[in-house]
Every structure is written in structure tokens, then in C-alpha cells.
Design a protein. Sequence first.
Length: 360
Amino acid sequence: MKAGLHIGQLLQPVPGGIGRYVVHVAQNLPVAEVEVLNFGAGTPSERVQGLIGECVDLGWPRGPLRYEFWHRFRRPRVRLPVDVVHAPSLAIPPVQPLPLVVTVHDVAFLREPAAFTRRGLDFHRRGLDIAHKEADAVITASRFARDELVSVGFARERIYLAPHGVAIRNPEADAMIDARVARVGAKPPYVLAVGTVEPRKALDMLARAVTAARRELPDLTLAIVGPDGWLHVEGLDVEGVHRLGTVDEHTLDALYRRAVLCAIPSRYEGFGLPALEAMARGCPVIASNATSLPEVVGTAGVLVPVGAVDSWADAIVALASDPERRATLGRLGKARAAGFTWRGSAYAHAAAYAAALDAS
């Protein structure tokens, strides 16, 4: 089978979590006997091409203008020598009569519209409508996200579950890990938060919780890794909170390995990949007890009510003060993360492609 994979997210200035997903899908589909033809309106950087290989450039129009044409007019049509086309986000190309598969990561834009710009809401709503009308198969990464799609009108039998995987490198020497952490200004003990900085991630709440925890653990700080996303987040410019921005994969690996814990306080997540990445490295996790996060973390982490600042502060103090508990959660997390692989995800994607072929 040959699949056309839209890699438009990798042409963005900040590819974000969806960009990382696209890279892993492109790299692992051949394991499931799927030949991949990458395509997008532009030429990826040399670094990206080194990760995923060559890409067919669709030419003009590029960027947001192309997506506007796709969503409003379903033009220009994409014609590729493939059996099926996969849109790994809600930027959905018109490909009929080819079978279409769409990944819908979540419907946060429906549940928390105030956390998105008007343009963002319009883009995502149109994309979801197109996925509902045109996709022969829909992929999502969690049972929670699947149930959300069913609740907004998608047929359950059309949805294929393909949980994300986790890929980690062998740890570097301790001295190199320490040097990478020091180079970006993180100083243990620190709580690590990873992800796009936007309102639904509840990082403002986490900053307040860490500030409260510092009354008992004054050396504790919060290190936030990730670019700015939808809208501005207040409350992060306070003592003990360090914005590290986007870091390379080696540095991110080092930050996970030296964190006293990783916190995922999100109000809404379709999967929660940082939780999995932290667990795979033996970094204990505290996460919200909502949406997909309990499904990913299971009993291998600490689950805390969404938005409960005092409960979060208490959980942070308790775990940061208990090395034995951290070690136990580290072992449990590694064991749980071992069950999430990109190879397994690739086979689930291949099954969705085959179903789309049969349905078309």
C-alpha cells in the first residue's frame, strides 16, 4: 500500500506536538508495509528532510492561504500516485476520488472556545466538518478522544484508535546531561512542564501551585518548555518560574531526566504525549485527573483534580519530598510507557488506511 502523508505541519515555524507526531508516523509506516509519499506546499528544511525523506512540493498557494482555499472551496485538488491520503491534522486536502484518512487529535476548540482565536476556531470547525463529511476513516490517539468524536456525530465504526508511541535515546553521560540542563538555565530541583503555552494547558494554575509549594520547598522552581500557542497566558512572569522556550531533543531528554517531577495540569488533552515521554525516562508524573490523561498515566502517576491549586501544591510538595515514592513511580512509569510504541501505532494507522480503501 502507498499512502500520501500531508506534512504541512512540518513547514510551520513551530511544528509543535502534531509535527512530532507526523515525523514518527512517517518514519514508522514502512514497518507496517506502507510506502510513504510525503507532500506539502513547500520544501521542508534539511533537518526535516533528514528525518522523513523527500517531499512533493505542491507549489502555490502556500501556508494559510492554501488551507483557506482547501477549507472554503475544496480547491486546488491534490492528485498523487498513491492508494490513500492521510491528513494528520485538520488541514485537510481535497483528494477525491482517492480515499481519505484524517487524524483528529481532539475537539478542544469545541469544549474551550475561549482558549482559541476566532481564526483558530474557524479553521478547526471547518476542518472537523470536512472530516465528518469526507473522511473514509478517522484516526485518534485515545479512547477519550474517540468518545468525544462520537458525541459530536462521528460514527464509532469509522474511528480507529492509534495511541501515540514514545521513542527515547540511550541516556548521555551524567556530565553531559547536567551541562545541557545548566545551559538552558534550569537548576534542580525543578518541576518540568512541556507543551505549547496556551490557556487550556493551565500553566498559570501550575505556576500558582509551585509558588505555594515554594513556601515549604524554597529551592523548588518551575521550568516550562514549549513555544507560545493560542492566546497569551498570564501569571508566568513570577519568581521561581522559568520559560525555556523551544529546546532541541537532546536538551529535552536531559530536562526530563533531571526533573524532580513532570507536571501536566491541562484542562483538556486528546492524549498528553509529555506524560508518556516523562514516564519512559523514569521521571515521576503528576497530571490532571481529566480527559485523556488518566488513560495515559494509569496508576503509574499521581492524578490531581483540574485547577485545584491547593491540591496541586500539596501533591508537588509530597512527591518532591519523597525520593522513595519518586523512584517507585519512575519504575512504574517506565513499565507503562513500554506498552506505547510508534511501531504499534504504525500498524494501527495501516489498519485505518486499509479500512478507508475498503470503504471507498
